[in-house]
Design a protein around this ligand. Structure first.
Ligand code: HGY
Ligand code: MN
Ligand code: MN
Length: 402
């Protein structure tokens, strides 16, 4: 087995291993244009420039590292460097370091690309700061309205437009970037697998076949803020109780629709004091299913259940984002499988920038086995051997596609 640090793939992960560690949650919290993300951007630029790549940041904060001159019909390989709160080391960064390593190997072998090639790092894939996942690819492709995006706020109330300006971008230029989009001939994303598919198949790699339909909704419960000691239990309109009831309904609605998934991973009580009955509680719903119709039906069921008045509170449900079921380009997937000498196909439960781009350009994904089957957690993992298999697969694919 090759030595861990001597090996380029994990050397890249090793170099960023201390960036954005979250002491409270464990794992990493790397959020758009905050200190860890800025450090990772600088790291990527330095890494790419060391390979002689030309680094450009586009109008939406996505970073492109061009091998040779930028141009149309390019083969673009990439992923993201941001994380969920308390995320693992591999979700995103594995795809970025593997792409850089594949380019380094091709250069070392004296390979010259016959068409433009870039390594691309998308901004805010997880939506951890501004709430909408795959924001960089949605803005680039026009899948989100620029005015809506500019007005998104983070937990401190800073708008995306303000944050973009602080990061040196012109907020007026956020939005669909046809020129950049037109350069992509093929997009490839390598990603750590986020479930148990490859464990069960006993295979190190797979090609993606599809992504579940998925979206995010904000459920808000409004009651009466009041004193925790002075207000009798029978005289309260407590939105925390309404939210608790709703969260149980979320689980019940998804269990009643086999294959669907619905999660409340974040709640916020306003104002949020131990001795204060909240006036408002927000709960964020993430719902997914194989088809758009099934995901929509689960959310409709949840909406009906949570809107029935509970604890004297009123409820609103607002859609923050939606992505239809993605089916990856079958011809490109078949080409990958042929080139790599046979690979299983895997349906993904997680969303990806590749899924957003798939609606506009031929797109494919490679998954690398995750022996814990756990993701969005510090327990996410990939072995050195499997990471090397991923880089070798990218190397082979780039030789074929370039
Ligand atoms: O939430 C997701 O599916 C992804 O990991 N961005
Ligand atoms: Mn993720
Ligand atoms: Mn990811």
């Amino acid at each position: 087995m090759p030595d861990l640090v001597a090996h380029g793939v994990l050397a890249g992960l090793d170099e960023i291993a201390d960036t954005g560690r979250d002491r409270r949650a464990g794992g990493y919290s790397r959020h758009l244009w905050q200190s860890a993300d800025l450090e990772l951007r600088a790291w990527f630029t330095e890494r790419a420039e060391r390979l002689g790549l030309n680094v450009e940041v586009d109008r939406n904060g996505n970073t492109w590292a061009w091998w040779g001159a930028p141009g149309s019909d390019a083969v673009v390989v990439g992923s993201h460097l941001d994380s969920v709160p308390g995320g693992g080391a591999y979700d995103g960064p594995l795809g970025v370091v593997s792409a850089l390593e594949a380019v380094a190997r091709l250069q070392a072998a004296g390979f010259t690309p016959g068409r433009p090639c870039a390594v691309l790092v998308f901004a805010e894939e997880e939506g951890s700061r501004f709430g909408v996942a795959c924001l960089g690819s949605r803005l680039l492709s026009g899948a989100i309205d620029a005015n809506r995006a500019r007005a998104l706020t983070d937990r401190a109330g800073i708008t995306l437009g303000e944050a973009a300006a602080t990061a040196g971008l012109d907020p007026a230029h956020l939005g669909r970037d046809q020129e950049s989009l037109d350069r992509i001939g093929i997009f490839l994303e390598l990603h750590v697998e986020q479930g148990r598919g490859l464990i069960d198949l006993r295979e190190p790699l797979a090609v993606a076949s599809s992504i579940l339909a998925h979206g995010r909704w904000r459920l808000s419960f409004t009651g009466q803020g009041n004193h925790a000691g002075a207000t009798p239990m029978t005289d309260r309109r407590d939105p925390m109780v309404a939210a608790a009831h709703a969260i149980v309904s979320v689980q019940q609605a998804a269990l009643a629709s086999p294959g669907s998934r619905a999660t409340v991973g974040r709640i916020e009580a306003v104002p949020g004091g131990t001795n204060v009955i909240p006036s408002v509680v927000h709960a964020w719903l993430d719902a997914r299913a194989e088809t758009d119709a099934q995901a929509r039906a689960v959310v409709a069921e949840i909406t009906a259940r949570v809107q029935a008045p509970h604890a004297g509170c009123s409820t609103s449900v607002v859609e923050d984002s939606w992505t239809s079921t993605v089916t990856f380009d079958p011809e490109l997937a078949a080409r990958l499988v042929r080139t790599l000498g046979g690979l299983p196909a895997l349906a993904a439960g997680a969303g990806h920038d590749a899924g957003v781009l798939a609606a506009r350009v031929p797109t494919a994904m490679l998954f690398v086995r995750n022996p814990t089957g756990i993701s969005h957690s510090p327990d996410e993992f990939a072995t050195l051997e499997d990471c090397v298999a991923g880089v070798e697969a990218l190397d082979t694919l780039l030789r074929e596609l370039l």
